[in-house]
Ligand binder design. Structure first.
Ligand code: CAA
Ligand code: FAD
Length: 379
């Protein structure tokens, strides 16, 4: 793996850092306070070509490698993890499934709009009774002439209500364990499809998380994604790439928390000297910096495998698990470095702490990543 950035990657990193520092930073306080979805920022990301970074130019994307995309998520998440997950879900599980499994007609219909940011994408796999055990979903899709009729409900859907297209997974064959699930592209506004009230979360304020409901929702057969029965494979293979996006979101949190803790340790004096000169604090910073570096290596390695078209399931699981655990540890330690001030809203470390927690939960909990990794080891 080449660890020096290409010119293209350097330009992307620099451009997104500038956008995050100048535009996103100003919106964070409002998002925190109101939990309002940042439509204007998403529109600006579309203008900058950020909504379709790894998408081929022929479908309106920026056609850059996966590492450039991962660097963009990291840079945005360094300032707002909420905006980071909006972009990650939109691209890696909201758009990629159409790119990798769609018909040419589906690609022409949806990808240019998604890649330009005119449309926002979402991914609807989880249900109230089926999170980690995603094969046990109960939403059904029954074929009726030229349509499938969807019934059921989804839970925890990122970009819910704001998205224009949803990749929805439903059972088309309740008797088949391996081939029972299919994937569909469902457009916002389809009769029978509704978005319910958003969750009130401890963190990621500004990122919508909503349940969805399907009641006799008729979807044209043309919106079946891939073959009937191919849904679980579509979900898993796109989640592999998506998990690297969550690893990058975690890196953004690691970087922000480490930077804040380092600066505070240099400024805050107790017992007549900066707290950073006390070994108890200095060693914390050393451990935090080492975890961050290791998390970067795993994440960039996984992104590089995607760019080279190589299998990535195992490395993506390792990157997601390690980077998110690192984000939680680093955010917790950063808060400790800040002492009592860290526990207040005066400093951003309490937000990093709240935002870090969910990276260990979504796109497969870290227990599930350990299952993926150990299955690969023991197979
Ligand atoms: N990549 C490719 N294939 C995979 C895979 C992966 N990561 N994980 C499993 N598979 C394949 C297996 O190889 C197997 O293939 P065969 O049938 O050919 O043998 C098949 O899928 C079934 O595998 P298992 O028997 O292991 O299936 P399982 O039902 O026991 O559990 C699981 C598999 C790994 C636990 C899976 O259900 C899983 O990943 N669960 C987590 C769900 C998840 O990640 N949800 C995220 C929702 S999106 C989201 O969260 C977005 C957000 O927050 C921002
Ligand atoms: P459960 O599966 O009930 O797990 C509960 C606990 O048991 C966890 O600690 C888990 O690790 C553990 N556990 C479960 N099974 C095992 C096992 N076999 N071995 C060991 N431990 C186990 N889903 C989507 O489809 N689309 C989205 O856009 C989306 N966005 C989300 C956004 C947010 C903010 C959140 C919180 C969730 C989102 N999710 C989304 C859902 C997310 O993927 C699930 O929450 C996650 O997969 C876990 O499922 P669960 O919450 O039902 O927990």
């Amino acid at each position: 793996m080449n660890l020096s950035w290409t010119d293209e990657q350097k330009i992307m990193k620099k451009m997104v850092r500038k956008f995050a520092d100048e535009r996103v930073a100003k919106a964070v306080e409002h998002m925190e306070r109101t939990d309002e979805f940042p439509r204007e920022l998403v529109r600006e990301m579309g203008e900058k070509g950020l909504m379709g970074i790894p998408i081929p130019e022929k479908y309106g994307g920026s056609e850059m490698d996966y590492t450039s995309y991962i660097l963009a998520i990291q840079e945005i998440s360094r300032v707002s993890a909420a905006l980071g997950v909006i972009l990650s879900v939109h691209t890696s599980v909201g758009t990629n499934p159409i790119l990798y499994f769609g018909t040419e007609e589906q690609k022409q219909t949806y990808i240019p709009k998604l890649a330009s940011g005119e449309f926002l994408g979402a991914f609807a796999l989880s249900e109230p009774g089926a999170g980690s055990d995603s094969r046990s979903i109960r939403t059904t899709a029954k074929l009726d002439g030229d349509h499938y009729i969807l019934n059921g409900s989804k839970a925890w859907i990122t970009n819910g209500g704001e998205a224009d297209t949803y990749i929805v997974f439903a059972k088309t064959d309740s008797t088949s364990i391996k081939k029972g699930i299919s994937a569909f592209i469902v457009e916002k506004g389809t009769p029978g499809f509704s978005v319910l009230s958003k969750e009130r979360k401890m963190g990621l304020h500004g990122s919508n998380t909503t349940p969805l409901s399907f009641e006799d929702c008729r979807i044209s057969k043309q919106n079946l994604l891939g073959e009937e029965g191919e849904g679980f494979k579509i979900a898993m293979s796109n989640l592999n790439k998506g998990r690297i996006g969550i690893a990058a979101q975690s890196l953004g949190i690691c970087e922000a928390a480490l930077e804040a803790a380092k600066n505070y340790a240099k400024e805050r004096k107790q017992f007549g000297k900066p707290i950073g000169e006390m070994q108890g604090i200095a060693f914390k910073l050393a451990d935090m910096a080492t975890k961050y570096e290791a998390a970067k290596l795993l994440t960039y390695q996984a992104a590089d495998l995607v760019s080279r078209g190589l299998p990535v399931g195992n490395q993506a699981a390792m990157a997601k698990m390690f980077a998110s655990d690192s984000a939680m540890t680093i955010a917790t330690e950063a808060l400790q470095v800040f002492g009592g001030y860290g526990y207040t809203e005066e400093y951003p470390v309490e937000r990093f702490f709240r935002d870090a927690k969910v990276t260990q939960i979504y796109e497969g909990t870290n227990e599930i990543q350990r299952i993926v990794i150990s299955n690969n080891l023991l197979r």
